[in-house]
Design a protein around this ligand. Structure first.
Ligand code: UGA
Length: 449
């Protein structure tokens, strides 16, 4: 058992903290947001994430997991995981490292000076390549060692992805003695996950471990997200071509996906990617390689970004076309606010963006989402949010499904037809059963099929 701290208790940090407690460690989560710390300390999740409430409550009750706003509570931990956010800068495309520096400065201030057993600072946040080396110099002043240990969890699957990751990546210092110590500490923290021990009756297969240097570890994360973004924009570009030619992008994706080298995953065409990761990570990656003087190297990521953003206006254009040339004065139900189902996260959400574009074009827009209501009230109160699907669709001219929640996929189109005035549905996630909607009298519009 190690004593661990996790600095930053958002989607990444809070789930990491609870998961590390679950595998037997004593863990303290640190966050500067007192409200969040109070909630977490009471065993209540500040966000919606399947399975997390139960994991959190169980580990808080066992006493293995505590939370604090005071960095001093982390001072004696063996490993400090840094999980603070690295959002897009307000004044540019690059990553804003304010929280990384604030968190590491505050941690540095409470660390003991050159103890016999130096502590390890393990960065999990997504950072521009070169950041770990800068932090390593900073922590050397107290004799602490830095490793980079990127996180690959997906929202909606955060608990499973943390407890059963598909790989662990360790970016270690160049100094062999430091590298050995850092690897040993990470191995101890991840012992159960690495060994493939049984967790609640499920067999873990052994988790692959990739041991490398700082730069590679930092790059693995942004390379992975850039590749995923590229897959999505590739299939969305194919969807545009299918729309122009009468092809079907779902069939196309299935057919190319049978080739193992391509694979079927992440080829769902629709309104595109959003969230707190993919969009800002591809921008920050480009900004960083520009700084490195490799201006042209990642130019293609601007196209990936442009294809992605274009899908949002394509939904608006489809609605305008179907409504006789303009959405002005029309009433439209937007089903979905979260950037993906099983999440209440609306950061850079395509659904929210489309709802705003429609409102800006003069439509009367009603948004609903099974989980994101409180988050919309807090961060997007310009939207007209209604609590139920029935309230959203009653009397509308058109319905747009922009997040593929099960509840929307399973809608009885005949019932929607009884409530809605118009008979237009845009399936922004290619997730609806066309037959169900067409037989209820709807004109069914999708993204490339
Ligand atoms: C993403 C990565 O998948 C994680 O591996 C990574 O750890 C995480 O970012 C991060 O950097 O922290 P996440 O943002 O939770 O995870 O969501 P994804 O499942 O990747 O979905 C991103 C967006 O792409 C969603 O808006 C989703 O609707 C969209 N998407 C996904 C598609 O439009 N088509 C697809 O085929 C797949």
């Amino acid at each position: 058992m190690s004593k661990l701290s996790v600095i930053g208790c958002g989607y990444l940090g809070a789930v990491h903290a609870a998961s590390m407690a679950e595998v037997g460690h004593q863990v303290v989560g640190i966050d500067t947001d007192a409200d969040k710390v109070a909630l977490l300390s009471a065993g209540k999740s500040p966000f919606y994430e399947p399975g997390f409430d139960e994991l959190l409550r169980r580990n808080v009750e066992s006493g293995r997991l505590t939370f604090s706003t005071d960095f001093a509570a982390a001072a004696d931990a063996d490993v400090h995981f840094i999980g603070v956010g690295t959002p897009q800068r307000r004044d540019g495309q690059g990553a804003d490292l304010t929280y990384v520096h604030a968190a590491t400065d505050a941690l540095l201030a409470v660390l003991p000076d050159h103890p016999e057993n130096p502590s390890l600072v393990a960065g999990k946040s997504t950072v521009p390549v070169g950041t770990a080396a800068v932090l390593a110099d900073k922590f050397a002043a107290k004799g602490a060692i830095v490793a980079w240990n990127p996180e690959f969890l997906r929202e909606g699957f955060a608990v499973d992805d943390t407890l059963r990751p598909d790989r662990l990546v360790y970016g270690l210092p160049a100094d062999p003695a430091q590298a050995e110590l850092a690897e040993a500490k990470l191995d101890e923290a991840y012992a159960k996950i690495l060994s493939g021990e049984t967790y609640e009756g499920l067999d873990w297969s052994e988790t692959p471990k990739v041991v490398t240097d700082y730069a590679t570890a930092e790059l693995v994360k942004v390379a992975a997200n850039s590749f995923l973004a590229t897959k999505i924009s590739f299939i969305n570009a194919m969807a545009e071509i299918c729309d122009a030619t009468g092809g079907n992008v779902t069939t196309l994706a299935e057919a190319i996906g049978y080739d193992d080298r391509i694979g079927k995953k992440f080829l769902r065409a629709g309104v595109g990617f959003g969230g707190g990761c993919l969009p800002k990570d591809i921008r920050a990656f480009q900004a960083r390689v520009d700084e490195l003087g490799l201006d042209d190297t990642l130019d293609f990521l601007s196209d990936i970004d442009a294809v992605n953003v274009r899908q949002r206006s394509r939904v608006v254009a489809k609605l305008a076309d179907a409504l006789g040339g303009s959405v002005e004065g029309k009433t439209i139900a937007v089903l979905g606010a979260a950037f993906k189902p099983d999440s209440d996260d609306i950061r850079d959400s395509p659904a929210v963006d489309v709802a705003r574009q429609l409102a800006a074009a003069g439509a009367d827009v009603r948004v609903t989402d099974p989980k994101a209501g409180p988050v919309v009230a807090r961060f997007a109160d310009d939207l007209n949010f209604v609590d139920s699907i029935d309230d959203a669709v009653t009397g509308v001219d058109a319905v747009a499904v922009l997040t593929e929640w099960k509840q929307f996929q399973q809608l009885d189109a005949a019932k929607v037809a009884e409530l809605a005035t118009g008979r237009i549905v845009v399936d922004g996630r290619n997730c609806l059963d066309r037959g169900n909607w067409e037989s209820a009298g709807f004109t069914y519009l999708a993204m490339g099929r």
